[in-house]
Design a protein. Structure first.
Ligand code: RIB
Length: 332
């Protein structure tokens, strides 16, 4: 197969000159340009994408790192990033990291080898310095990394406050919280919002908070412990909808009636919450929109590195379903 070196040798120019002619970037005098083009045609040279990306630094590839591909929130997010990437001519690459820093770094090295054009990170383990050392455009999505890294997130703390205020408005008197992982910024924001709403209540004690890890099983166990410890609890704010499924399972195993005896509200707005029994009231994130915005900001950063872009925080919205009673009887 003809290589770029064969073209350079026959045209008696450097490989870099051939690359500038192929990729039409940088100055080449007209005679030399024509000579290279004649040799390309003569040898029937077809630059491959790797060769092109080595010289152009553009692979036309964008990657999204997610921490748990089994959590339905992330495929919904990935769908948006893929749609926008493809719309702008980029190949989309999805990397599932299992929240494992070693897996993150392994993906990172592999992608940098292939001259990845930009990365969208959902990560709570990668540091600002690691990201800066990559020397590749990065957008943090869903989870802030630092003020130095542009991010697209939602109003986790305010959304949590609204969730607790809603339960209180529906008549709940003792509200517990199944929190997300302590080291995840989205979980921290939701815990802060819950605490701001309940910390001055007479009934509140720290054991009204059970730490979850955003998965069904942990939430199932935590909820059983919580409700066996305090049967007076009549409302639970769960830090994400997937754990909300675990809470519903636990409550069913204890023969507690939802929402008559216990109201439950989640966070995320994943489609799964529509088909649980009862269906799950939730603080819905604009999942597709935040994925779309992260991809648009990254593509903007890739195309115009000098242009200033800003972090964005989007608002969650209450969606009332069957796991909470809407006072006044209408529970649609
Ligand atoms: O369900 C997964 C959770 O992790 C979501 O709440 C999302 O915000 C992410 O932080």
């Amino acid at each position: 197969m003809t290589t770029i070196r064969d073209v350079a040798k026959l045209a008696n120019v450097s490989v870099a000159t051939v690359s500038r002619v192929i990729n039409d970037n940088g100055y080449v005098n007209e005679n030399t340009k024509q000579k290279v083009k004649d040799v390309v045609r003569k040898l029937n040279y077809r630059p491959n994408d790797v060769a092109r990306s080595l010289f152009k630094g553009k692979s036309k590839m964008i990657a999204l790192f997610v921490p748990d591909i089994k959590n339905p929130f992330f495929p919904e997010l990935a769908r948006a990033v893929e749609d926008i990437s493809n719309k702008h001519g980029y190949t989309f690459i999805l990397c599932n990291t299992d929240n494992d820093p070693n897996k993150e770094m392994a993906y990172l090295h592999a992608l940098l080898q292939k001259s990845i054009d930009g990365i969208i990170l959902v990560s709570n383990t990668m540091s600002t310095n690691q990201i800066k050392d990559m020397n590749v455009p990065v957008i943090a999505l869903d989870r802030k990394i630092s003020s130095e890294i542009i991010s697209v997130t939602v109003n986790n703390k305010e959304g949590a406050r609204q969730a607790v205020q809603y339960l209180r408005k529906q008549g709940c008197k003792r509200i517990a919280h199944i929190s997300g992982p302590e080291n995840v910024s989205s979980a921290k924001g939701r815990l802060e919002g819950y605490l701001e709403e309940v910390k001055n209540e007479k009934w509140f004690a720290s054991d009204f908070i059970c730490t979850g890890n955003y998965t069904v099983d942990k939430a199932f166990q935590s909820t059983k412990e919580l409700l066996q410890r305090d049967a007076e609890i009549d409302g639970i704010f769960v830090a994400n909808d997937l754990m909300g499924v675990g809470v519903l399972k636990a409550v069913e195993s204890l023969n507690i009636k939802v929402p008559d005896e216990l109201s439950i509200i989640g966070f995320d707005g994943i489609e799964l919450g529509e088909i649980t029994t009862p269906s799950l009231t939730t603080m819905a994130q604009p999942i597709y929109h935040i994925g779309k915005r992260a991809a648009e900001l990254l593509i903007q950063r890739i195309g115009q590195p000098g242009n200033a872009i800003k972090s964005e925080e989007h608002k969650v919205k209450l969606i009332v379903r069957e796991s909470t009673i809407e006072r006044g009887g209408n529970n649609e």
